[in-house]
Write a new protein. Structure first.
Length: 291
């Protein structure tokens, strides 16, 4: 089954769909194609799965589309293949997926898989990176902008930094010493990199049964420049990273929040826990153990 998000990344998917259809034909596979509409997609995918019982679902879209398919398939044993085609392709970046359609088709249809964790945040699921603060505010601005893609993200990053709100106060509790601090951004990370390729969590492993809280206490242009250049200042007072299985984060004011590249409004409390081995995802052979 091929699930296509026609609007993700503001990119025409017709060539991608044609390539997947031709690939399936050469492999003598029946391919059922579903185009998302934003209305009842999870329910529709469940119905199609029950009707055709596919052994694999290939997703042509970004992180949000992958997460939606994973939620639809949470009670089923199915492998999810990825054809990166969204505004945010962070999971594809972390899985080291190649850049060409042909290579990704081989991986999505054929190769090994790994079982990755997901994170529950206030009952909602995250497969990649979610956060409170500056980045979520940037995503809110990006969603209302007419400029898409990486250039749109770049422009909104700097316009958001110019109009920064005051830092918020965070209280973080769990099976560790309580943390109270001022912060610009708190990342709930199951992996290492945003879709732009920026590494925010060098310690991230997607199948280790833990997630990281990356607390950015300062996010001036110097710190931002280090992060963008791949020199995450993990040993500085500006950044604190803890690796845990669950936590509660409370803020003194409502703070912008996003899950896997989708803005979710503002929050003052996040109840977070790891969900081990929730999703089977196709990966390049060098990235996985032999199953």
């Amino acid at each position: 089954m091929l699930v296509v998000n026609p609007v993700s990344g503001n990119v025409d998917k017709s060539d991608l769909v044609d390539a997947a259809t031709n690939f399936a034909g050469k492999e003598n596979l029946n391919l059922v194609i579903y185009n998302t509409s934003g209305a009842s997609d999870i329910e529709n995918i469940k119905v199609l799965y029950k009707t055709y019982n596919p052994e694999r679902i290939v997703v042509a879209g970004g992180d949000g589309t992958i997460k939606m398919v994973a939620e639809a398939m949470e009670n089923h044993d199915v492998i999810i293949g990825i054809l990166p085609a969204g505004s945010a392709n962070g999971l594809a970046v972390d899985l080291n997926l190649p850049s060409t359609i042909e290579e990704n088709l081989e991986i999505a249809f054929h190769n090994d898989y790994m079982e990755i964790d997901m994170i529950s945040i206030n009952g909602k699921k995250s497969i990649h990176l979610s956060d409170l603060g500056v980045n979520a505010e940037m995503i809110k601005n990006y969603e209302s902008s007419s400029i898409r893609g990486k250039w749109g993200y770049f422009l909104q990053t700097f316009s958001t930094l110019i109009d920064l709100d005051d830092p918020f106060t965070a209280t973080i509790t769990g099976d560790f010493e309580t943390i109270e601090c001022m912060a610009r951004m708190i990342v709930i990370a199951n992996s290492q990199k945003y879709g732009t390729g920026v590494s925010i969590n060098p310690n991230g492993v997607m199948d280790d049964g833990k997630f990281e809280l990356v607390i950015l206490k300062n996010l001036d242009l110097v710190v931002l420049g280090k992060i963008i250049s791949g020199n995450m200042p993990i040993d500085s007072e500006d950044v604190e990273i803890i690796s845990i299985e669950k936590a509660i984060v409370k803020t003194n004011v409502p703070v912008s929040f996003q899950i896997d590249g989708e803005y979710c409004g503002t929050e003052t409390k996040l109840d977070i826990k790891i969900l081990p081995k929730q999703m089977k995802v196709a990966v390049p052979k060098l990235n996985s153990e032999v199953i």
